[in-house]
Design a protein around this ligand. Structure first.
Ligand SMILES: *[C@@H]1O[C@H](CO)[C@@H](O)[C@H](O)[C@H]1NC(C)=O
Ligand SMILES: *[C@@H]1O[C@H](CO)[C@@H](O)[C@H](O)[C@H]1NC(C)=O
Length: 478
């Protein structure tokens, strides 16, 4: 070999070494490592890829958020990306969103296997589930005091950091149509994260986040409206006495939902005693067991109202078994050393020590509506935790102009619920659904997300949603 050839060979070797090193440690290589092959107890094949793992959102404290991405069943490259958030504060999007609501993998009764949810929203979009903030689900912080200092502001900032860092690992989603959805206390998270993104995008030209809109269901929105609507719903459904109704209005209306006074707490306990052993998250379906009442009251009202908690503690129990299995945690790339000794569907510590929680997010909605985002609010109308009446009062407080008046919408020839279209906001109720709409009415929930993504109103009669209809609607403003 000539000297020249030696130089060439060494140069070649160095560049190969460099590229190997880069691809081994770079974000794209991490994407490959995050791919989930098979889940324990999965007896069927799936046509979509899915990925799970951690994204660091704060290096100094060592905060990392756990995500699970399930791509769309068909042609994921052409489908939008939906981020789903559960509430609590403290409840896991894996436990609820994935395992019993919109996700493709639902956990079986034995707690050891999964089955395919035919109404999964990954029929129409790529789904990104995020356990947020730290201390929730598999998400963690290496600074243990972080778990006791969570609040709305840091949750939004960390979630924005998550989205930006996640897009480095999944660059194929940069610039993709992006939507944020969630329920319950995510009525705070979803608009707050949307606001953080809109502000980030204004300050950073060429931002990779192409946020198009957001949708929240049975969402905590405005503490005053939510309280007035809640007590009215409890009273009108015949669950509480006239006297308790009056006292609740006297004592609680001006209180914070997440940090109520002890008088309001006490009054709420009385209301729950009057209601008896029903499931407040779904008032017309049976609760899991008849002996759980004391525990439920304590958990719900003394531990800062776990608004995101499942309506059916039995369903929740299956997840509790499954996601604690070491083989499941291995399959999902959960760091054993960092995860808590026991995985929980909702973290009491996170909920109990929750810091900042503004009494209203109506101002955030207003800012985002005027920024031109697509904003939809839905409500399962048999929920007595954040009922349809609460959401109606909240929307009313926004003083929006009505574009299309209140009317029924249909699904399979049945009234699926009611809807009203305002300037900049669409409201949809889902008839007979509780707090977790996709759990109780999975088919109607899929119809809802299809309409939301297409940007067209819920069907006024039996009709198929065609992409062409969406273009028509934009022209006519219907
Ligand atoms: C947390 O600490 C562990 C052990 O030192 C480390 O492996 C991990 O990378 C840290 N996590 C973050 C997000 O910094
Ligand atoms: C809505 O209108 C009422 C009455 O005019 C007003 O008091 C309130 O501040 C308005 N709300 C918003 C969010 O603009």
């Amino acid at each position: 070999m000539s000297t020249w050839n030696w130089v060439f060979a060494i140069f070649f070797l160095i560049s190969v070494l460099c590229s190997v090193t880069l691809s081994d440690s770079g974000p794209i290589a991490q994407q490959k490592l995050d791919q989930v092959k098979d889940l324990p107890g999965q007896s069927f094949n799936v046509d979509f890829a899915h990925y799970a793992g951690y994204v660091t959102v704060n290096q100094e404290s060592g905060r990392a958020l756990f995500y699970w991405l399930t791509e769309a069943v068909q042609d994921p490259a052409s489908k939008p990306l939906i981020l789903w958030l559960n509430g609590g504060p403290g409840c896991s999007s894996v436990a609820f969103g994935m395992a019993e609501e919109i996700g493709p993998f639902h956990v079986d009764k034995d707690g050891k296997s999964v089955y395919l949810n035919p109404y999964s929203w990954n029929n129409v979009a790529n789904l990104l589930f995020l356990d947020s903030p730290v201390g929730v689900g598999y998400s963690y912080s290496n600074t243990s005091s972080d778990l006791m200092s969570n609040g709305d502001k840091r949750t939004a900032a960390d979630s924005l950091e998550f989205v930006l860092n996640w897009l480095e690992r999944f660059p194929e989603y940069k610039g993709r149509d992006f939507y944020i959805t969630g329920e319950s206390y995510a009525g705070h998270y979803v608009p707050q994260l949307s606001q953080a993104i809109v502000r980030y995008n204004k300050a950073n030209a060429g931002s990779p986040i192409n946020l198009k809109g957001y949708m929240v269901g049975n969402a905590l929105t405005d503490d005053y409206s939510d309280h007035v609507g809640l007590f009215q719903f409890m009273w009108a459904a015949g669950m509480i006495s006239d006297q308790t109704y009056k006292k609740l209005n006297d004592v609680c209306n001006k209180e914070s939902f997440i940090h109520p006074s002890s008088e309001c707490d006490h009054m709420t306990d009385i209301a729950y005693q009057e209601m008896g052993n029903i499931d407040p998250y779904s008032i017309f379906t049976p609760p899991c067991s008849t002996n759980g009442i004391t525990k439920r009251l304590l958990r719900r009202w003394h531990n800062v109202g776990q608004i995101g908690q499942s309506y059916d503690p039995c369903t929740e129990q299956h997840s509790l078994v499954y996601f604690n299995l070491p083989e499941v945690q291995n399959a999902l790339h959960v760091y054993q050393s960092n995860s808590k000794s026991r995985w929980e569907t909702c973290s009491n510590v996170v909920g109990m020590y929750w810091k900042d929680s503004p009494i209203s997010v109506l101002d955030v909605h207003q800012e985002l509506i005027s920024s031109g985002l697509r904003v939809w609010i839905f409500s399962g109308d048999t929920d007595a935790v954040i009922p349809v009446t609460s959401t109606r009062y909240s929307i009313d407080a926004l003083n929006l102009t009505t574009i299309s008046p209140w009317r029924a919408w249909y699904d399979d020839g049945q009234v699926g619920g009611w809807t009203q279209k305002y300037e900049g906001l669409t409201f949809v109720t889902v008839r007979g659904a509780g707090h977790e709409v996709p759990l109780h009415k999975p088919k109607q929930a899929l119809t809802l997300v299809k309409s939301f993504l297409a940007g067209i109103s819920m069907a006024p009669f039996e009709q198929v949603i065609e992409p062409r209809a969406s273009a028509l609607e934009e022209v006519s403003g219907f």
